[in-house]
Design a protein around this ligand. Structure first.
Ligand SMILES: [Zn+2]
Length: 574
């Protein structure tokens, strides 16, 4: 286990600044290359083809498929799969710096008290003129006129509101830097759509500085690698650079519901169709907790029309591609895109996961599908429903069609009830009640069961947009959703935009001309995000991260005890 022997970085000097600068120049060089249209791009021997592909393929939605990356093709080689990384080695980097002798509570105290990364309004005002202060120089009206993608709006957000420290702790699993963070890949989408992969940072401050310098329109998080992603080209043996661990992720997007939602389509959403995401989160979250035993699951609004899950348990992060595919397959019930025909056709008896899911989804089907979406109201639409009934029950289908012909625009909820009432009066000799019940269950699932973009979940080296970045189209912040307390009430259209947040900072400090010196003392301790509606989201994120770090530390202590006693490490069981 070579990784565990040498500490990754010295505590007081992470990486010499000169090196960082050199790397940053390289990064810019890559991005400059990417601006050249592909056809005109000169043959450049320094450009690794795999990398230039990655750089040139700017992603168009919240996730990025890394199909062209070198890392992925390595991950697919059978050779690699035959020699899985032992669990102990896989987590070795994070083990290399045991913080023995320090009480956990003290570590948390320390990290909570030091809020330099969250400057107050006052502190920020002292910044040089090279970073213009939107608050002091412009009125609210003018701020509204700024696009969310305006570099100055973004700069203010990343400088003063983004929770860098908690993001670091979340990915690092400890308050002090480890390879869990240092060997983690970040990918930046720049304003010109150039895509920079394999960025890495030893501390949250270095990440913050680079984001402020490059002003990406967004950034994504990839896996922890066996080596520093920036060093990948210097490694003699290409197999020395491969992904080790990453959160298990899920992606649910409302565009996959376009054939069943009637209120909106494409990029548009409303509170009605958001309920599809709410029910999907309930089903997936419950299965991940009850069937797989995961505890640290964070759901994040994707900024426009969907949500991402980050399963952060250590056991989830260590899953190889095969196990990720297995879990994805377990949760996938609805296949295929917009093509017509029956999408759900389940074997009986139903798997317990589906029985439980149906139980969760029944309520939503009644209120959020039948009533809110009214998917079978018109004559054309009702044919979709009739086509999903058992094909052998022709009598029932034609009886329903006749009944509905005399009452055009009969609401879907009534049509759904008609199925049973008409079936009861059936004169057919051997009417198959069971097959009708099964078909109705399949219909409920087709209209409610989560539609997952399963590619996101299958690969260890898939990149996913970071929580708390700003969606450049909507300006909304990708906030975490507190599933236990705020899932039902979560309103995607009420999520703060970067422009509204900047105005909130401004408004918070405005109304106190009569307040004396003491009040100003108080203000000094209030960091900017606490003055805004981002507060609840960041506090939730912080509590999530603290819970994760506590568990992580307990696992580590237990492992150390086991190793001393000659026992093995934890085992992964499914
Ligand atoms: Zn809608």
């Amino acid at each position: 286990m070579p990784h565990s022997e040498s500490p990754p970085e010295s505590e007081n000097s992470p990486i010499p600044m000169a090196n960082v600068d050199q790397e940053q120049q390289n990064a810019v060089a890559e991005s400059t290359t990417a601006q050249v249209p592909e056809a005109q791009q000169p043959a450049d021997e320094d450009v690794d083809m795999a990398d230039s592909n990655a750089v040139l393929s700017a992603p168009t939605n919240g996730t990025t498929h890394t199909s062209k990356s070198k890392a992925e093709s390595q991950a697919e080689t059978p050779n690699n799969q035959e020699t899985p990384v032992p669990e102990a080695a896989a987590s070795a980097p994070s083990e290399s710096k045991p913080a023995t002798g320090v009480k956990l509570e003290e570590l948390f105290d320390e990290m909570d008290s030091d809020d330099d990364e969250f400057p107050t309004t006052k502190a920020a005002k002292r910044e040089p003129a090279s970073s213009p202060d939107l608050l002091s120089s412009q009125s609210d009206m003018e701020i509204d006129l700024h696009e969310a993608s305006d570099p100055e709006v973004m700069r203010t957000f990343y400088q003063r509101l983004f929770p860098w420290r908690y993001l670091f702790q979340w990915l690092n699993h400890s308050p002090t830097p480890t390879n869990d963070f240092g060997h983690r890949e970040f990918a930046f989408t720049l304003q010109n759509d150039a895509y920079l992969r394999y960025q890495s940072f030893t501390t949250s401050d270095l990440l913050r500085k680079d984001v402020l310098r490059l002003m990406p329109s967004r950034f994504e998080i990839g896996p922890v690698y066996t080596a520093n992603p920036r060093d990948r080209k210097t490694l003699r043996n290409s197999s020395a650079f491969r992904p080790l661990s990453k959160e298990l992720c899920f992606d649910i997007d409302l565009t996959d519901y376009d054939d069943i939602r009637t209120c909106c389509d494409k990029a548009n959403i409303c509170q009605k169709c958001w309920q599809f995401i709410t029910m999907a989160i309930k089903v997936v979250d419950t299965a991940l907790r009850e069937d797989f035993g995961f505890k640290h699951i964070m759901w994040v609004y994707s900024g426009r029309r969907g949500a991402h899950a980050w399963v952060c348990d250590k056991s989830a992060r260590a899953l190889d591609d095969q196990k990720r595919r297995a879990i994805a397959g377990y949760l996938e019930v609805i296949r295929g895109g917009a093509q017509s025909g029956k999408k759900v056709n389940l074997r009986r008896p139903l798997h317990p996961h589906l029985v439980r899911s149906l139980d969760i989804l029944k309520q939503h089907f009644q209120s959020d599908v039948l009533e809110a979406q009214d998917p079978w109201r018109t004559e054309d639409q009702q044919e979709k429903l009739l086509a999903l009934l058992p094909s052998e029950q022709k009598q029932l289908v034609s009886a329903l069609r006749n009944k509905w012909a005399s009452s055009p625009d009969r609401p879907s909820a009534l049509k759904w009830a008609d199925i049973d009432s008409v079936a009861k009066t059936s004169t057919a000799k051997n009417f198959d009640t069971k097959s009708l019940l099964d078909a109705k269950q399949d219909i409920v699932l087709e209209y409610t069961y989560p539609r997952l973009d399963i590619e996101v979940s299958k690969k260890l080296n898939h990149l996913l947009k970071s929580p708390f970045v700003v969606h450049p189209g909507t300006g909304r912040v990708c906030v975490p959703i507190d599933v236990k307390r705020g899932l039902e009430s979560f309103d995607p259209l009420g999520v703060p935009t970067v422009q509204s947040l900047i105005r909130e900072i401004d408004e918070w400090k405005k109304p106190e001309p009569k307040e004396g010196g003491q009040e100003q003392e108080v203000e000094k301790h209030v960091v900017d995000w606490e003055k805004t509606s981002l507060k609840g989201y960041i506090e939730y994120f912080r509590s999530f991260v603290i819970g994760l770090m506590k568990d992580e530390r307990e696992i580590k202590v237990k492992r150390e005890r086991d190793e001393e006693g000659g026992g093995g490490g934890e085992s992964m069981e499914f």
